[in-house]
Design a protein around this ligand. Structure first.
Ligand SMILES: [Zn+2]
Length: 264
């Protein structure tokens, strides 16, 4: 992933955004992962908290969204967020949304073929995944914590793209974003039992179990037919990089950072 420091936000800390190297070369989309810098929220949500349900003041979250929208030139765009459920529910947006407000739908993945609609997942340890069918111009975002990963949500999202939009897996490019890494994601046996098909992604250290959600999601995407070379893993652990990303496991309450993608 590349780090992009946007200097427009001069009064505040620099707004820090990340982009995937394999997605940045496509002019048909705008995509980004936000970080902590550049917002107005104070501790423990400092500073670019984009999650309304984090416990932060709603007016601060709203201002943080405005900062992001202004810096990315999204003021007149429609934004779709999810009421994330740790499920495998996929929201498909095939119609033009009517006004410019922020929409919220129940689910953990969004797929759209509509231009000018920013689709977003919010995270603070769970895995954000950005998906782009470069031939059919279809985009998706996925929120995959351990529950979503155990429910195969990444693979199901690709399969839904195939069914709804005739996507061919060989044309699909994916970025797997920052999340809690195998270094820090200690889990109990009741979580491990959901990943018996992914033995290589369950690591035992000093009688404790750790899970590699990045590899589990990569395996699901390859299983859905994607080329391994089209999948980029950021490899950034949120808990190890607490200065740059929100990490619920490291310290909570905390804020949420965003993974967003839009067809231009
Ligand atoms: Zn870590």
């Amino acid at each position: 992933m590349n780090k992009i420091i946007n200097m427009l936000n001069k009064k505040l800390n620099k707004l820090e955004l990340y982009q995937f190297e394999n997605l940045i070369k496509y002019n048909g989309i705008l995509h980004f992962i936000t970080a902590r810098n550049g917002g107005i929220s104070s501790k423990p949500f400092e500073s670019l908290n984009l999650g309304y349900k984090s416990g932060d003041k709603p007016e601060n979250v709203r201002t943080n969204w405005k900062i992001l929208e202004r810096n990315l030139g999204l003021e007149d765009k429609k934004i779709v967020l999810l009421n994330q459920l740790h499920s495998d529910k996929i929201v498909i947006i095939e119609d033009i949304l009517k006004d410019n407000s922020i929409y919220e739908k129940d689910g953990d993945a969004i797929i759209t073929n509509q231009h000018g609609i920013l689709i977003v997942v919010l995270v603070a340890d769970c895995v954000p995944i950005i998906i782009y069918d470069k031939n059919n111009s279809i985009i998706a975002v996925v929120h995959a914590g351990w529950r979503g990963s155990s429910l195969n949500i990444a693979k199901k999202t690709v399969n839904q793209m195939k069914r709804s939009f005739h996507s061919k897996p060989e044309n699909i490019i994916v970025g797997i974003g920052p999340s809690i890494g195998p270094c820090c994601y200690e889990v109990k046996k009741d979580v491990v039992k959901h990943f018996t098909d992914y033995k290589y992604a369950v690591i035992k250290r000093k009688n404790q179990y750790y899970i590699n959600l990045w590899e589990i999601n990569r395996a699901q995407l390859i299983n859905a037919g994607l080329k391994e070379s089209n999948i980029e893993i950021a490899g950034l652990c949120t808990s190890c990089n607490i200065k740059h990303f929100f990490s619920y496991r490291n310290k909570h309450p905390t804020g949420r950072f965003a993974a967003g993608v839009m067809l231009k």
